[in-house]
Design a protein. Sequence first.
Length: 362
Amino acid sequence: MTDTPMIINALGQLDNPNAPASVDAAAQLNPSSEQLTIDKKTLADAHASGLTAVNITLGYTMGDLPPYEHTLHEIAVWDALVRDHSADLTKVLTAADIRRARAEGRIGVIYGFQNAVAVGDDTGRIATFADLGVRVVQLTYNQANHIGDGSMAPENRGLSDFGHRVVDALNERHVMVDLSHSGERTCLDAAAYSRQPVSVNHTGCRALADLPRNKTDEELRLVASRGGFVGIYFMPFLSLSGHARAEDVVDHIAHAVNVCGEDHVGIGTDGTVTSIDDLDAYRAHLAEHVALRREAGVGAAGERADTLPFVIDLRGVNQFRELIRLLEARGYGSRRIEKILGTNFLDYAERVWTPVTGSSRS
C-alpha cells in the first residue's frame, strides 16, 4: 500500500511516556490528564505515525477522587491542551471533524470515558458531558458499578435497571455506548437494548485467548449485527502467555473479521505512539503498578508483573505501517486494510453521532 490510509485509533493515548511527569504518572493508579506530557516529541511522533484521530481517556476511571467533579475538571484540562496545541490537535465532535483533521494535517482528539461512574444517579449529566464534547462513554471498567458488571465481576449480572436508563440517555444524545471492559452479560444486554449501534473499542477475541477482557464470538457477532464496531487492542491479553506479539494482533483482527464481517472491525491499541525508551527501568516499576491495581480490585486476569501492557514488536511511530505490512502478508487487500485502519470507525461514528429524526424508543 503506497498511500497511508486514514488511521483512527478507537482507544489510545497522546503522551510522551519517557518524560519525568509521565513516568511518575504511570506508577499511579489513576493519573490525571494534567500529568500527561504532550510535547514536541509526542506530536511529532503522532504525525509521523500517520495517526488521523484518537479516542483518549479522560475523567474518572478509578480511585478516590470525586467522579463527577474530577471528570468536569479533566474535560477542561483537555480543552486547554487542544487549544494550546491547536496547530496540531483539533477536538472531534462529528465524523466530519475527523475528515477535516486529516485534510488539515491535524490530529483529531475524541473525548471518551472508560467508566460511567461520573454519571452518578443523574442521567441528566450525560447531556452535560455531551454538551462539553464527550463522544464515547464506556459503561464499566473491570469492576462492577451501578450500571453493570465489568469483566472481572464474578456475578456477571448484566445491565442494571439504571444502566438501561443510561443507555437511553446516551442514545438520546448520540454518544457512543462503549462495552469494552464490560462483563459478558452486560455487553449482551446493552448491545441488544441500545437503539443505536454500540462499540467495543478495545478488546481481543476470547475464542483465541480465553481471558475475561476479551469478547466471546456471541458478543462480537451481536455488536456487529446491530451495526456496531469492534476495535482490537495491542495488549497482553491477546495471548495466554501474556507476551503478545504483532502476529497475535493480526490473528485477532482476522478472527474478528471472520465473526463480524470486514465492515465492523478496527483498532483500539490502548497505547501511545511514542515508545518507552528504557524498557529495563519500566519493567522495574511494573510489578509495583500491577500489584497496586490488584489490591484496588481493578486489575484484570492476565495482568502480571512480567506482562508488558503493549505489544513489544508493534509499537512506536511505525506501528501502523508494520500492521499494514502484516495484513498485506496475510492476503488482505488495500480496501479491507483501509477499513480496519480507520474508515470502519469513521462509518460507525457517522451512524451514531449524526442525529436521526424519529429515533426515540417506542
